[in-house]
Design a binder for this molecule. Structure first.
Ligand code: 5GP
Ligand code: ZN
Length: 113
């Protein structure tokens, strides 16, 4: 997808602090971290919003969550705890329109609001 920031990170046209990649997803550190651990798990394939997911994406979305759990374990925050977030569209706070799972941890997180 042209002019998509995260597609450009997947294709290495824009640099990122990549900590994991496999056949389906890439994971890199958020450029503006909101917690000591703030990683984005991003599918290789361009999908604009959660609204665009279909039944065929069940394995992919499950893989995104399992990957986040592995990174949490590797980051040493699995026991202390963490939060997984996917924002959708304007009122959900989505700013990059290529789906991504936020992994946030390493400090006490406040209630959602
Ligand atoms: P959203 O608001 O769409 O849920 O999350 C987008 C996230 O992408 C934000 O947390 C923002 O800091 C992060 N982000 C935006 N541009 C870049 C970038 O160029 N590199 C990285 N690593 N993260 C980015
Ligand atoms: Zn994209």
């Amino acid at each position: 997808m042209e002019n998509c920031l995260f597609c450009k990170i997947v294709s290495r046209d824009i640099p990122a602090d990549i900590i994991h990649e496999d056949d389906q997803v890439i994971a890199f550190r958020d450029v503006n971290p909101q917690a000591p651990v703030h990683v984005l798990i991003v599918p290789h394939r361009h999908i604009s919003t959660v609204n665009d997911l279909t039944d065929k994406d069940q394995s992919l979305t499950g893989h995104m969550i399992l990957t986040a759990g592995q990174i949490a374990l590797q980051s040493g925050i699995d026991d202390s705890g963490y939060r997984l977030i996917m924002n959708c569209n304007q009122e959900g706070g989505q700013t990059v329109f290529h789906i991504h799972l936020h992994l946030l941890g390493g400090r006490q997180l406040t209630h959602l609001g």
